[in-house]
Design a binder for this molecule. Structure first.
Ligand SMILES: NC(=O)c1ccc[n+]([C@@H]2O[C@H](COP(=O)([O-])OP(=O)(O)OC[C@H]3O[C@@H](n4cnc5c(N)ncnc54)[C@H](OP(=O)(O)O)[C@@H]3O)[C@@H](O)[C@H]2O)c1
Length: 291
């Protein structure tokens, strides 16, 4: 079993308490719950620390234990590449009747290689972790999330990559998975908005973490260094900001030029046209079934 017993002698349903500076005892039952993947990584750990500082309860799904000691931090060891492990982790999270306020998908992996030389396992891993796992986890988390009646809209945040919007020779599989994830997020946003759930994505360029170091050691793209790689804390802040200030897509750094603007604007323009496209589609469909 990939999800190990995470809480010895306790369960996620058990609430624990802590003293506030005013001497009041508050329970994490009153803290908003955030499920976070990738919390042991360079960006994820900074997201987790920021969330804890903002008084959220953090449930971290990753294989290795993040170096965080905090009563409001729970690590559920989980291999996101395993659908069974995802289901088991979600069932544990669902034991607690408190709704999940937010899900932040930060885990990711890259294995640079020209397509012709790509290893089958590496292709499968990149698609599993960067695309399938966030989709499956979202599906499992949606029933646990607060509905429209809640005091504040719930959030789903994806940590994507600039690779989703630009060709990245040598990392075609990663780029394809991230582009798929962008499309998933934009479609999901439309599905769940009426339930009171906001979906957003942050697209960083290169970020100074171990992932970038490993990527470059394996022949990663020199495009990563067109400008200085980003400070991971800047990315973490952009991600946690999404829990209070919603922006459907945020690029870091903001991309300029006609290509960049088109990348960012195309989905927005398309969304504005969707009602019209819907009418055209319905007309086309009626014509098609008459034939
Ligand atoms: N660094 C960059 O240059 C850069 C640029 C653009 C976008 N991004 C994106 O930012 C996100 C975070 O990147 P990072 O730089 O923080 O990467 P990182 O330091 O390599 O961290 C990767 C995280 O993913 C988790 N992970 C990997 N395989 C997993 C598995 N099978 N099951 C569960 N968790 C797994 C790792 O946890 P365990 O190993 O503990 O399981 C770790 O927490 C990724 O989605 C990445 O694509 C990064």
């Amino acid at each position: 079993m990939t999800v190990s017993s995470p809480l010895q002698g306790a369960s996620l349903a058990t609430s624990f308490s802590r003293e506030t500076e005013h001497g009041l005892t508050i329970s994490p039952r009153h803290r908003k719950r955030v499920v976070l993947t990738g919390a042991s990584g360079g960006i994820g750990i900074l997201i987790a620390r920021r969330l804890l500082a903002l008084d959220y309860q953090v449930i971290a799904l990753c294989r290795s234990a993040p170096a965080i000691e905090n009563d409001a931090f729970i690590h559920l060891p989980c291999d996101l590449g395993s659908p069974d492990a995802l289901s088991e982790a979600s069932a544990l999270i669902g034991e607690n009747s408190e709704p999940v306020f937010a899900v932040i998908h930060c885990a990711g992996t890259i294995a640079p290689s020209p397509v012709a030389q790509s290893d089958e396992a590496a292709i499968a891993d990149q698609i599993a972790l960067n695309l399938s796992a966030p989709i499956l986890l979202t599906r499992l988390m949606l029933p646990l999330m607060q509905t429209v009646d809640g005091p504040q809209k719930s959030r789903i945040v994806f940590v994507n990559s600039m690779a989703a919007v630009m060709p990245l020779a040598g990392s075609a599989v990663y780029a394809a998975a991230k582009a798929g994830l962008r499309s998933f997020a934009l479609s999901l946003a439309q599905e769940v908005r009426s339930r009171g759930i906001l979906v957003s994505t942050v697209f960083p360029g290169a970020v100074q973490t171990d992932m970038l170091t490993r990527e470059m050691q394996q022949g990663g793209s020199m495009l990563n260094y067109v400008s200085t790689p980003l400070d991971p804390d800047l990315v973490a802040r952009a991600v946690t900001d999404q829990l209070t200030r919603h922006r459907e897509e945020r690029f870091l750094p903001a991309i300029d030029g006609i290509f960049g603007r088109l990348c960012m604007l195309a989905p927005c323009l398309l969304r504005l046209c969707l009602p019209l496209l819907g009418l055209l589609g319905r007309r086309g469909y009626r014509k098609a079934i008459k034939r």
